[in-house]
Design a protein around this ligand. Structure first.
Ligand code: HSE
Length: 436
């Protein structure tokens, strides 16, 4: 190790941590050439269990389990947090910032849930936080919003930003897999979070949307204020019905600023037209369709999860942190410029809808549901209930309605009334139909 080599403290040697160590080692010469001689080495690796078999070759003497020893090691100049979660990771990042050490993290849950405190520490201690790896894997969307588009009002960002759920939806759509099989594949491929519930319940994508919105609009966003639904309730019937109607189902994040300055943020499975560019974003790929007042429309596309794409972003941040050690710049990260902002209440948002009801097949069931919808002034653009081709008289259980555009609040009230009907057996499942 040369004396001018910068020591990296790598917390977490899982999928992404191993990818970072490999990339730093395999591309060391290239990195030095392209940065005017920056040399980096792993000074310490922090793990929970030092005896565990690793997928990378790392000097065992570097591996430790004590976070204090890790942060305070004088050879650790940059801390890379890839352990995930919001508790131990918070303590580690906070301690690093207090020690004046720049932090690179891929932890969107941590920044979306507890970022305000951490960015404050970052400013106080003049230790930047870099988080390109936290949003959309290998796509450089954070840098784009923070730097390349800093002179634009960001009007909207519509994104597919969870690779796991996008992979699952594609395997269900094209491969005919059931949900649990598709999820098992995504885990096997290293796309899912350690806690995969965040991938499928929409929160991983929502955390990323919060970070993008925070950067674009300058105020901290309370996760409790935003509307989030995941893909757990998507069934083959929905996928097939979407196809028949000319749509595909995607877990979509919508972030947009309305003319009065209020910001709409929501994450939910949505029908999007098959001919829209986001409809062709498949598998682990992510995309963010971004509109800026000066740039106009743009599309950021690439692998949104997985070892190498995420390591690619983390390594770029490590190099930026290394450059910053020479010339510290704490205006990166999140620089709030508004104390607060207004979010659009979800009940005020408007789209058309697809609603699936689990019903008892009895005479008049369609009419009963349609009557409640009509009483509330919600128009119906179509109804459908898949029949058993071998037995046209067999009972049906699923009844699907396509509804005209109305506010989500009106829809919600109306569905509560419909749920009271004795022929409706469980909570209706709602998908938005987006025109984009
Ligand atoms: N689990 C995440 C995803 C990884 O599937 O998108 C990248 O954040």
């Amino acid at each position: 190790m040369t004396s001018s080599s910068i020591g990296i403290g790598l917390a977490g040697l899982g999928t992404v941590g191993s990818g970072v160590a490999q990339t730093l080692s395999e591309n060391a010469e290239l990195i030095a050439q392209r940065t005017g001689g920056i040399s980096l080495h792993i000074a310490r690796a922090l793990v929970k269990n030092s005896g565990r078999a690793r997928e990378i070759d790392i000097n065992n003497d570097l591996i430790i389990t004590d976070p204090d020893e890790f942060v305070n090691d004088p050879d650790v100049s940059i801390v890379v947090e890839l352990i995930g979660g919001t508790s131990a990771a918070f303590d580690l990042v906070a301690a690093s910032l207090r020690a004046g050490k720049p932090v690179v993290t891929g932890n969107k849950a941590l920044l979306a849930e507890r970022g305000e405190e951490l960015f404050q520490l970052s400013r106080t201690h003049k230790a930047p936080i870099y988080f390109e790896a936290a949003v959309a894997g290998g796509i450089p969307i954070i840098k784009a919003v923070q730097e390349s588009l800093v002179g634009n009002h960001i009007q909207s960002m519509t994104g597919i930003i969870n690779g796991t759920s996008n992979y699952i939806l594609e395997r269900m759509t094209e491969g005919g897999l059931q949900y649990p099989e598709a999820l098992a594949e995504a885990k096997e491929l290293g796309y899912a979070e350690a806690d995969e519930t965040l991938d499928v319940n929409g929160w991983d994508a929502a955390h990323k949307a919060i970070l993008l919105a925070t950067l674009a609009y300058g105020f901290s966003i309370d996760p409790a204020q935003i509307y989030v639904r995941g893909i757990e309730m998507v069934r083959p019937i929905d996928i097939n019905f979407a196809k028949e109607l000319g749509y595909v189902i995607k877990l979509l994040c919508i972030v947009r600023q309305h003319e009065n300055g209020a910001v709409e943020i929501r994450t939910q499975p949505s029908f999007i037209p098959q001919n829209h560019i986001l409809a062709s974003v498949n598998g682990v790929f992510n995309a963010v369709a971004l509109k800026g007042d000066k740039l106009g429309d743009s599309l950021f596309y690439g692998r949104g999860a997985g070892q190498n794409p995420t390591a690619s972003s983390a390594v770029a941040d490590i190099i930026e942190a290394a450059r910053g050690l020479r010339n510290a710049d704490t205006s990166r990260g999140f620089l709030p410029y508004k104390d607060s902002g207004t979010l659009i209440p979800i009940d005020d948002t408007q789209t058309a809808y697809y609603v699936r009801f689990d019903v008892t097949d009895e005479p008049g069931v369609v009419a009963k549901i349609a009557t409640v919808l009509a009483d509330k002034g919600i128009g119906i653009s179509g109804t459908h209930s898949p029949a058993n081709p071998n037995d046209p008289d067999a009972d049906f259980v699923d009844m699907v309605f396509r509804l005209h555009t109305c506010s989500f609040g009106l829809l919600r009230d109306t569905l509560l009334k419909i749920e009271e009907l004795s022929c409706v057996n469980s909570r209706p499942v709602v998908f938005r139909i987006e025109t984009l």
